[in-house]
Design a protein around this ligand. Structure first.
Ligand SMILES: Cc1cc2nc3c(=O)[nH]c(=O)nc-3n(C[C@H](O)[C@H](O)[C@H](O)COP(=O)(O)O)c2cc1C
Length: 174
């Protein structure tokens, strides 16, 4: 185990109240991710779609994935335990769609090509892959809700992924 000196502790581990949020965002932005739109329906049947890059694989057996949703989201109730949702993994051509679902709006699905799965969850046409899930459990973590989903069905298409890095959309380059 590495023991830190007092000055290392001071320099590298500021007290939580001293953390610079902007610098933390910049640091986290050095982690390149894919981009997803998570879809679901509210209890009233309204479609829900949220651009999210917090998605990650979690477990193969049982098949679990995770992502996190800001607690301030008006769509929080759509992700209660047992509810159905889908993770649509975006292709490189879907950056405009990612922006459309990254802004609060009453009609995010305007003009979006989609179809419902058996559970009534909108699946987005043209996505690189999709995972159809049920919420296994949720847990509040800071200002987000950690959502763990059990994968029930999945599919892939050929294509290049949309990437997110340092606050902007990117493509894979050879
Ligand atoms: C690339 C990208 C990734 C994002 N990832 C997340 C995320 O993982 N969780 C989240 O709550 N919001 C995330 N957001 C912000 C939401 O997409 C945005 O707040 C959206 O308006 C949420 O929908 P709502 O207002 O209907 O809740 C992301 C935005 C972008 C552009």
């Amino acid at each position: 185990m590495t023991t830190l000196t007092a000055s290392q502790r001071t320099n590298e581990m500021p007290a939580p109240e001293a953390i610079d949020g902007r610098a933390l965002r910049d640091t986290l932005g050095r982690f390149a991710t894919g981009v997803t739109i998570v879809t679901a329906r509210t209890e009233d049947g309204a479609p829900v779609g949220i651009t999210a890059n917090s998605f990650s694989s979690l477990s193969l057996d049982p098949p679990l994935i995770l992502w996190s949703l800001a607690l301030k989201s008006p769509s929080l109730a759509a992700f209660a335990e047992g509810r159905a949702f889908a993770v649509n993994i975006l292709g490189h051509h879907q950056d405009a769609l990612a922006m459309q679902f990254a802004r609060p709006s009453d009609d995010k699905f305007e003009g979006v090509a989609q179809r419902d799965n058996a559970a009534g969850v909108p699946l987005l046409e043209g996505a690189l892959a999709r995972l159809e899930c049920r919420v296994e459990f949720t847990r509040v973590a800071g200002d987000h809700l950690l959502i763990v989903g059990r994968v029930q069905a999945f599919a892939t298409e050929e294509g290049e992924p949309l990437l997110f890095y340092q606050g902007g959309f990117q493509r894979l380059s050879a």
